[in-house]
Design a protein around this ligand. Sequence first.
Ligand code: PMP
Length: 367
Amino acid sequence: MSWPPLRDELKGLAPYGAPQLDVPVQLNVNENPYGPSADCVADIAASVAEVAGSLNRYPDRELTELRTALAGYLSQDTPHGISPDQVWAANGSNEVMLQLLQAYAGPGRTALSFAPTYSMYPEYARDTNTGWVVGHREEDFSLDLHHARALIEETRPAVVLLPSPNNPTGTALPHEAISLLCDAVAGAGQGGLLVVDEAYGEFRRAGVPSALELLPAHRNLVVTRTMSKAFALAGARLGYLAADPAICDGIRVVRLPYHLSAVTQAVALAALRHEKELLGKVDELRAERDATVDWLREQGHRVGDSDANFVLFGVFGDRHAVWQGLLDRGVLVREVGPEGWLRVSIGTPEEMASFRLGLTQVMEEQA
Ligand code: PMP
């Protein structure tokens, strides 16, 4: 037997993650390019200093204050409001979704999504010994609802993972699709959950509603969010969800004791007090996104409609050469999605100017 004695299905696999390269223009992991103000930094530092004196004690296991603050924040996106017992939080929405599969999927059960989509989903399934089924999307990356419903009826999934907006394509899901799929999952008879992953929800275009509005209508709907993207707090690692309180109770059974440190809770609470500032650049980033989509189309590229803070564009005969050409000019984008496509995160106007210049030069060089 080879050593160390890794599980067979993990042998030879590389850890997930985009290259972390020290280049001037980093547009590869969909971060918010704007850091916090001096005021916000001071509040975060003071909050951490306050908890530092009691770090000999374990933190609040139930995250009561944080769940209350997150419920208040989410309530702005739904006329029905969100209560603290509908909220759960963990170290990034990746951990939230892993916990969901630990509690609601596992051996003998299946998780389902539709590609191209977020590449971590099959890893959650693998790590929890959950069966994994992946359907397809249309040419324009929207969901084919007939196909989706048929696959749900056939596989009777325990969990369906659907990002809206989708990563890496930027595609948002209409309410009708979410409702129809919640009903299909419920109708499949396994008591399955439909998870709408709104990691990029705050970047959606005007008039696109949040799935949070649908919670009262669908007991099996879970909406996940993160502070890593619009909230400009990727380094703090804070993700969360809203769902029926009974769903949160199930997760509480599998979560590790004290999984969310007192420091993380304090930082997230301080950041939530600065919500207006931290989200203050969202409108600018959306405008920059729309301008990037227009510019790429003017250059003759194919571009997915985007409700997120990134844009998928292509189609290149040799996408790696384009990626490398950009990197040689100090611009890091992501080689992800269907063959021939690249994804660029939306940065500051200066960063996007470097991206446009770099891509123009690469295309000229390759012409
Ligand atoms: N969902 C989607 C669709 C994502 O793209 C990401 C991050 N790239 C996540 C969830 C996880 O983010 P985090 O763990 O930082 O909350």
